[in-house]
Design a protein around this ligand. Structure first.
Ligand code: 5GP
Ligand code: ZN
Length: 112
């Protein structure tokens, strides 16, 4: 997708600190972390928002949660982390390529 910052990260046109990559999914550290462990897990397929997910993407979105949780364990925060999807600018979504935040590494990470 043109002008999508996360598609550019997937394409290697913008550098990122990667934690995990396969043919469908990429995980990388957030550039402005809100807690000691804060990374993003994204599908390589461009889907703008959670509200744009279709039934065909059910397995892919489940995979984001599974990979994110495995990576949380590898970074020793599986005893407590938050998973956040923002949907829409009103909710604070800034990048319109669906992404799962994993936020952990301290008590009540990014408390609402
Ligand atoms: P949103 O507010 O859309 O849910 O979250 C977007 C997240 O992407 C923010 O936490 C922001 O810090 C992160 N982010 C934005 N641009 C970049 C970038 O170029 N590289 C990385 N690694 N993270 C980014
Ligand atoms: Zn994109």
């Amino acid at each position: 997708m043109d002008n999508c910052i996360f598609c550019k990260i997937i394409a290697g046109e913008i550098p990122s600190k990667k934690l995990y990559e396969d043919e469908e999914v990429l995980a990388f550290w957030d550039i402005a972390p809100q807690s000691p462990v804060h990374f993003l897990v994204i599908p390589k397929k461009h889907i703008a928002r959670p509200a744009d997910v279709t039934e065909a993407d059910d397995a892919l979105i489940g995979k984001l949660i599974r990979i994110g949780s495995q990576l949380a364990k590898e970074h020793n925060t599986d005893d407590g982390f938050r998973i956040i999807f923002n949907n829409g600018a009103k909710a604070g979504q800034e990048v319109f390529h669906i992404h799962l935040h994993i936020i952990g590494g301290r008590d009540k990470p990014w408390a609402l």
